[in-house]
Design a binder for this molecule. Structure first.
Ligand SMILES: [Zn+2]
Ligand SMILES: [Zn+2]
Length: 433
């Protein structure tokens, strides 16, 4: 196994130092002899060293929708973006509502080898919202599932949500809610407001998200269980979570890269590339979500990477699928929206894109960046330059950033001490593609 001596990296954008990796873990740089044949030296001058990134919200589409993405292609896209761990959502075909499927996804992730793939289990059987899925079986399986979500659907029945929260609290699990009141959003296409009226598209009102978040926070406080809110997108949602945290509620929340950068005006041309759920909101919402991440109301950034084949986007707006790619550009969007605007430091980025998502997901090895003896999960990001965002590794091309320049580039990623990205190219690891 190759050892690496990484010289002059800027650790979390702060002090410049060397890092060393040997036998899969971080070691003292002075213990590596750079003249040895099995030691590769990397000049990391100007690169920001971050801990390997952890995504709490990824759609890998396997099993069942392999034409959109597979565990392998999604893992490569993740590695290209600096990730070393992703949580795979349960809305596959079949749905990941039993231990057979969650353990399958876990095994496919291990075989791919680029990142740790942590399956998310469904809350309800078939994502149908009525009967609890095999939560205990999934939690006790090989994958030891800790995050449960019907994402794509909202667990809208209050009693089902209460029972799910109670169940997962018995083993330290968390329910990740896709907050969308189904009755308030029937047929909804874009954010509800003046723009949806003028375009003649059915609106998705902010209150449909906020009402579910408020209810679920009350249920979490009542049951004592942990609640996580997926892709929070409105100014009102930020305020509700802020108040709940001030009371001490055990709630965490995520923002997506697209809700940190893109606004509803992009949908004015009826291009389905900008169709996503929850929808792109107003500039005021974007600024509130950014502020929420900056002040800790929103705990993490999670991609909601949602690959769709061309035919699912190359059609009329109201027939198109919801969702956008995110893994390959999350760090660049975060740099543009939060770092270059002065809202976050790189150390903050390490918290919202690595340490805290790992904590929420119950993933070990991310407690302290670059700790000697810890698994070497590392991302080396070059913050300079900017370019049009391209998606090189996902099987899908629903890229909403294709006409937007984004700053920075991910140069190297190491997962368990194995280089998965070298010089911004994903390294072939030998698994069949
Ligand atoms: Zn969702
Ligand atoms: Zn999702």
């Amino acid at each position: 196994m190759t050892s690496y001596l990484i010289q002059n990296a800027s650790l979390l954008g702060e002090k410049t130092s060397d890092l060393a990796i040997s036998s899969g873990v971080f070691v003292d740089p002075s213990s590596l002899d750079p003249s040895r044949d099995d030691v590769t030296t990397i000049d990391a001058s100007g690169l920001i060293a971050l801990p390997g990134l952890v995504d709490l919200h990824t759609h890998l589409r396997q099993p069942g929708m392999d034409h959109a993405e597979t565990v392998l292609s999604g893992s490569k896209a993740a590695a290209a973006g600096g990730f070393t761990c992703v949580h795979a959502m349960a809305n596959t075909a079949p749905v990941a509502d039993s231990v057979g499927i969650t353990d399958l996804v876990h095994r496919l992730g291990r075989e791919a080898g680029y990142v740790e793939v942590r399956p998310i289990g469904a809350v309800t059987k078939g994502l149908e919202g009525s009967e609890l899925a095999g939560i205990g079986g999934m939690a006790n399986g090989e994958a030891q599932v800790r995050v449960f979500s019907d994402d794509g659907h909202c667990v809208s029945d209050s009693l089902v949500m209460r029972r799910a929260l109670e169940y997962v609290s018995t083993f330290g699990g968390v329910i990740a809610q896709h907050a969308q009141d189904p009755r308030l959003t029937e047929g909804a296409q874009i954010n509800e407001g003046a723009l949806s009226s003028s375009l003649g598209l059915a609106g998705w009102p902010a209150v449909a998200e906020e009402a579910i978040i408020a209810r679920d926070i009350l249920l979490a406080e009542y049951t004592g269980a942990r609640l996580h809110i997926c892709h929070l997108s409105t100014k009102g949602s930020v305020e509700i979570v802020r108040q709940a945290k001030a009371r001490g509620a055990k709630v965490t929340a995520e923002a997506t890269p697209h809700h940190l950068l893109l606004t509803e005006e992009l949908t004015a041309g009826y291009d389905p590339i900008f169709k996503v759920n929850p929808p792109l909101r107003t500039n005021e919402d974007v600024l509130a979500v950014r502020q929420g991440v900056a002040d800790g109301t929103i705990d993490i950034v999670a991609t909601d990477h949602a690959p769709h084949p061309t035919e699912a986007k190359d059609c009329a707006f109201d027939e198109a699928a919801f969702g956008m790619l995110g893994l390959e550009v999350a760090i660049n969007v975060v740099q543009k929206a939060l770092v270059d605007t002065g809202l976050l430091t790189w150390a903050d980025v390490a918290r919202v894109l690595s340490k805290t998502p790992a904590e929420i997901g119950g993933v070990e090895g991310y407690e302290q960046p670059f700790a000697l003896g810890a698994p070497a999960h590392l991302a080396l990001h070059d913050p300079t330059g900017e370019k049009l965002a391209t998606m090189r590794y996902s099987k899908s091309q629903n890229n909403p950033y294709r006409e937007i320049t984004l700053p920075g580039s991910m140069r190297y990623t190491f997962y368990r001490g194995v280089a998965t990205v070298i010089d911004a190219e994903v390294v072939p690891l030998g698994a069949p593609s």
